[in-house]
Every structure is written in C-alpha cells, then in structure tokens.
Design a protein around this ligand. Sequence first.
Ligand code: WTA
Length: 648
Amino acid sequence: MKNIESKLVESRKYKPDDKFIASSNLSPTDLKKLNNLYKEDPDNFWSILGHKEIKWIKNFKSICTGDAPFYEWFRDGKLNVSENCIDRHINKNKNAIIHITEDNKKQIITYDNLYTLVNNFSYSLKNIGLKKGDRVIIYMPTIPESIIAMQSCARLGLIHSVVFAGFSSESLRNRINDCSAKVVITVDAFMRNGNIIQAKDIVDKAIEDENCPTIKKCIIYKNLGKKIDLKDNDLWWHEILPSESKIVDPEIMASEDPLFILYTSGSTGKPKGIVHSSAGYLLNCIITNKWVFDIKDDDIFWCTADIGWITGHSYVVYGPLATGSTILIYDGAPTFPKPDRFWDIIEKNNVSIFYTAPTAIRTLMKLGENLPDNYNLRSLRLLGTVGEPINPKAWIWYQVKIGNKKCPIVDTWWQTETGANIIAPIPGITHTTPGTCTKPLPGIEIGIVDEEGNDITEINQGGNLVIKNPWPSMLRGIWDDEERYIDTYWKKFNNRFYITGDTARKDENGNIWIMGRSDDVVNISGHRLGTMEIESAIVSHEYVAEAAVVSYKHEIKGEAIHAFVTLKNSFKNYNNTEFSIQLRDWVKEKIGSIAKPDRVSFSDSLPKTRSGKIMRRLLRNIARGEDISGDTSTLENENILVQLKNIL
Ligand code: WTA
C-alpha cells in the first residue's frame, strides 16, 4: 500500500514571546539535557524523574520490566496517588479548586479543605465495606465532589471508572457490567444548558430489574436538591459521612496496581475499558504538567474537559493536583447563557492557563467570533488544545482573540491509552506552526511507518503513527480482554511498537502533523489522502464552520470524496448548489483538483461524540448508502443522522 500523500502547506511560524521564555519551567539547555539523558540511558532518565517527582512510601529499584505488550514500571515501589495529590500540599494555605456552576455560583476549596473532605468520604466508602481492588463507577458532572470521589477511591485503592454523565442508561449499564462494579456514585441532578438533567433517574434505569447484579449500593450527592426516588440500596452522601472528621491512612499501593479504568469507544463493538496504573500514570501526568503546561505556583489552570474523559483525569484531577496547583472547574455548557461564558469566567477568575478542544474553539468562533473583544483576557499566559487536529483558521483565531498574540499554544497529541501528553510543544522553547503538535516529549520515541512497519523516511509522507518505546503512563491493557488489547494495539507489527491508530507525517523541520485516524484516509485515483487536510481546506473558507470528509466507492477513481459541511450562522442561506461548486473550486485552489469533493452536502451540525469528535464512521455509512453500523452510544446528537440521511 502506498504512503499517504500530503498536500497541505502551512508555514507560518510563531516564536514564544520573550517574557514567557524568561520565566518558563524548561530552558533550551534543560531540554537538551533531558533528551541527552534519555538517549544515553532511558532507565536512568525515568529513574531520576520517578524519584524526583513522586512521593514514595517504599522506593523503587526496578524501572521498566517485562516485554511488549506487557510492560511494568517501578514494580517494587509503593505509593498512594491521593497522598501525592493532596497530603503533600496541605498546610500551605493554597487553593486547590475554584468551582463555578452554570448558574454562576462560586466555591473555593483549599488543599486543607480537600484533605478533610477526601478523608471523610474515604471513611464512608470504607465503612460500607469497599476494599482495595473493588470497582466503583462515578457518574457525576465535573463538581468538587466527583474529584473528591475519585481521590477517595485512590486513597483506598478502589479502582474508579468515571462514566461521562451525558451517557445513556444503556451505556452506563454496559460499563458497570463490564467491570463488575460494586458501587455507583452519582448526583440527584445537574444543570446543563439551563436544563435539569436527572442523573439519578438515569442510574436507576441502568441498574433496574437486576440488570447490574454486582451493584450493592448507590451513593447520591445532593447537588441541586431535586426530589429523587430513594431505593433500598441508595445512600445519601451526606448521611454516610462521619459526624466528626476522620483521618483515613492512605492504602499502600504497588506501582502497578490499577488506579482507574476509563472506557473509550472503539470503531466497532463494545467500548474498551482502558486500564491505567498508579505510579507510571502519575509520573507522566506530573512531568507533562510541568513541561507542557509550564505550571507554576501562582497559576490558575482551567482545563475545560469533563472528568468523564481522560483529559479530565490527567489535566483536571491527577496532574495539576499532584503538582499542588490551583484548578478551575466549570460545571456547565460553554454557550450558556451566551457563547461568551468561557471568556467571562477567564476574566473574572484570572485564569492563566486555558486548555480546551478544537471543537469548542470552532463552536465559540462560529457563534461569536468577536465576543472575546468584550473581555479582558490578559491574565492568560498559555493556551492548549487537544482531541483533534486543529485547523489553522481556528488556531489563529485562538492565538489572536484569546491569546492576544502573546500566549504560546500547546497543541497536545495524546490518547486515553497514552495517559498523558506524548507529542507537544515545550511552550518556552518550541516554535509552533498552526496545525502541528510539533515534536515528541523527552522520553518518547515516535515512528511513522508503512504497512510493513518500516520507517517512512521521506519528508511529508504520511503513515501509521507508532510509539517505539514503552513509557510509564502507557495503558496496561483492556479490562478483562487481553486478546482485544493485543489485537488493537500490537498485533499488526508483531509487538514491535504501540500502534496509535492515527496517521501522521513529519515535515522538513521534524514536526509531526496528525492526518487523522488510520481509517479516515481516502484513496482517490491511487492517491491516499488524509481527510483532515481536505477538511482544513474547506473550513478555511469564510462561510464554513465545520466540515467532515469521507469517501464512497467510485467506478473510475476507486473512491470519491463526500464533504459534509456546516455553515456559519450568518451564511446559512448559502447551502445551495452554486455554493457547493464554489466550495469545490476552493478546495481545488487550496490543495489541488485531486482533493476536490465530488459531493457536498450541508447540514445544521455534524454527528459528534460527546467529547466533540466528529464520527466519520457514521458519515461514511451515510455517504455509502449503508445502514449505520457499530456502536452509536457515544453519539451526542442522534437527530442529525435523520437530517443527513434525508439530504442525500
Ligand atoms: C485525536 C484525547 C490531532 C487522535 C486526549 C487520537 C488529536 C485521539 C490530538 C485520542 C491533537 C488527540 N491533534 N489529533 N492534538 N489529540 N487527537 O482517547 O486521533 O479521547 O488518537 O484522547 O484524538 O482521543 P482520546
């Protein structure tokens, strides 16, 4: 099979500003030292970092042991992750969490408060009989109590699995049963977009009629004070707390004891329960917070991800707390009551580091391109993105309108499976270009390989993105499914490297450009093109808000391109044949006629996962006239499928 061709040219370069460089956590000399240290002796590199960054109950001697695909890290070491996140930072009079609700209430929790709250809730969990290794489902919005629940599980050695509180009863049930959880922790209800979501009802429906036989108790935190239907096994959070504050000693955990399971959807079949370890996971979270987010004592770090996603685990809960930082959490919709909510929160709370997803950036840009002008965003000093390739147009808007042209943007590439950032700029050092996540972090060896697993050495030729070395926060497997773990991530290249499932290319400066998922490649007249590049070209048209490109069978070309396009609100009436011709010419001009879409269709939105990723798999089904196949439980807006099918 041929390599994937790249037609996208983007060469604008941005240097970090001098003020940022002067105070950044890593200097070019530090970075060089780190890279040399790794090159000389990877074990020594990880050993130094492991000793330096983690508080151990028993120090480790063993570093990386085992063979692909079953590596172990620091296996003889003992620690407790929650002790690392909380106990280390008490008596400093420091804020841990600033919490803003959708209806604009604000609450501040110091590390000392958090210590008390976590100890008390740990006491309650222990009291109801939970033991090390038991699985606990957390089905809650992003509020302090969900963080307290996660940290309490970590304190007791319970394996938590946070299920995003937008998932249906059925998705929740599947996840509960997959990991045989004993307890669900939830809330009565929460607000989203001004509506009340009755979370407890969804939980009830998931576990009713003995559907989840392993569940013994359901703990409910009274969040909005809504009436609920209290069942026999239900316990109110506030009623099981001790009457006087208790201290619960952190459980002594082995490095390799699982910290959590997080379900992520595969392209087909049931979701995969990705398992993460304790020490290794924590280590990469800590170092990336320091290196990539340049975290400092006086920062206010707002990562907008919900705790139901890996980004919420690593850059809301574990990384920032382990570094003793102050985080902001907002439990509401970005567009409520207006699409300037993020900017308002940043201004009012002096947020200094802001981390969000391209889909949020594009949405806020679509709904209010100039709204940020009404706010003073000068407290910001660093911006980040994650989750998808960011198209240059959105990147530039983010840089100019939000970052006031002075904040470095860290485009961080990583996955649920990698635990922490893998490819990302070092903000005080790296010169960035819109659309590339730049270079692998120290300690990570990236490869771009062809279908036989050979390195692709030509510049800008795309191939499979793989990770060639083990790293501490790598997934330890899929819960209860070793075969699927091997099949999905290792088998194709005989365990030689971890297969990310993404495609990428490397440019003449050594920067990595993600081209999409391996199955998001179109093959037009023998040219394999990444769909992301075509999408980026379409989105650079001023009328366009979002686009997704898939292929369908074509008698002559093999495959032809179908572009699904959403227009900006003010250009909605351009959804006509004439404009689709214009748009095709636009792509021809930007990339070449090879990439010209054969079909263009317009719709109000695109099918997305609840974390904002466009589900191209479903669009492929539609473009090819097939029935929708595979798992659709993560789909956010099911109605859009009907609209799209009718358009064709
Ligand atoms: C995509 C999110 C381009 C990629 C942390 C990856 C990205 C998948 C980027 C993982 C980025 C993530 N640029 N693509 N900066 N970051 N992706 O598991 O396809 O929700 O494989 O983890 O998102 O998604 P996940």
